[in-house]
Design a protein around this ligand. Structure first.
Ligand SMILES: Nc1ncnc2c1ncn2[C@@H]1O[C@H](COP(=O)(O)OP(=O)(O)OP(=O)(O)O)[C@@H](O)[C@H]1O
Length: 257
């Protein structure tokens, strides 16, 4: 089976179908874009896949070690543990903690670190902590944040806060990384740098990246396949070339006939 298979996924909020009957399939090591006009259901879709919301209908299945795992009713931390990590549209960092601590907390949330060793500060505890710090610095270096390891997150410039969010997600060692508008609020230069970084991590870490993005040049440049939502429904899917030519997509974005 595929790495992730979503079938007939629906989420209703009262009378509103925020996501409606969506099929979505991703394979290992892909770079996928999820686009659509405002309110199309993109963030709700991410929220369903990462356990923030329970689907009204449909199934979400993830393949791990040759087994299908149903994610429908799994808690967010379990889903992270299985290998699905995400960032949020609005930056969610521990603003009063250092860059390093932000990354270490993300690692701990995954590792289920041993309470005995942590409580009694055994030699094993210090060894594991040291390894985590080394790994954290390696990840920070990819995003040119390693020199800022002891800076409080709130004191980083905006673009660096967004990059730190991605480092935190990567620190959980994911198979799939969901990025919700990673370039929001960035200037063109920062966006171009981020685009290159997303490509690099997808290749180097051999992960699948799914990104929601309004910046069309980023999406068309970086994504291999694109899914388009409109009013919660799947409007189109295909390569960037196919999507750019698709009359229904053009109509959804530009209006008119
Ligand atoms: N918790 C909620 N309760 C009620 N309605 C919601 C909730 N979350 C989202 N919605 C509604 O569901 C629809 C889809 O919203 P969603 O945020 O998923 O869209 P989006 O495509 O991510 O939009 P944007 O591009 O503006 O971020 C919208 O009409 C929104 O108002």
């Amino acid at each position: 089976m595929s790495l992730l298979e979503v079938k007939e996924l629906t989420k209703n909020f009262g009378g509103l179908a925020a996501v409606s009957n969506v099929d979505f399939v991703i394979e290992e090591n892909e770079l996928i874009g999820l686009i659509g006009p405002n309110g199309a259901g993109k963030t709700t879709f991410f929220n369903l896949l990462t356990g923030v919301y329970v689907p009204t209908e449909g199934t979400i299945e993830f393949e791990k070690d040759g087994k299908k795992i149903l994610l429908n009713d799994k808690a967010p931390y379990k889903i992270t543990d299985l290998g699905l990590a995400r960032t949020f549209q609005n930056i969610r960092l521990f603003k009063e903690l250092t860059v390093m601590d932000n990354v270490l907390i993300a690692m701990h949330s995954k590792k289920g670190s041993n309470t005995f060793h942590s409580l009694f500060r055994t030699p094993t505890f210090y060894r594991v902590e040291e390894k985590m710090r080394e790994k954290a610095l390696e990840l920070l270096a990819i995003f040119e944040l390693e020199k800022k390891y002891d800076v409080l997150a709130k004191n980083l410039p905006y673009g660096e806060q967004r990059r730190l969010e991605i480092v935190r997600a990567l620190a959980t060692n994911p198979k799939i990384l969901f990025l919700d508008e990673p370039a929001a609020g960035m200037n063109p230069q920062e966006t171009a740098e981020l685009t290159a970084l997303i490509r690099k991590i997808q290749k180097d870490f051999k992960i699948t990246v799914v990104l929601i993005e309004h910046d069309m040049s980023l999406v068309m440049n970086v994504c291999e396949r694109i899914y388009v939502l409109e009013y919660g429904r799947l409007l189109a899917k295909g390569t960037p070339e196919e999507i750019q030519k698709n009359p229904a997509v053009i109509k959804a974005y530009l209006g008119g006939d």
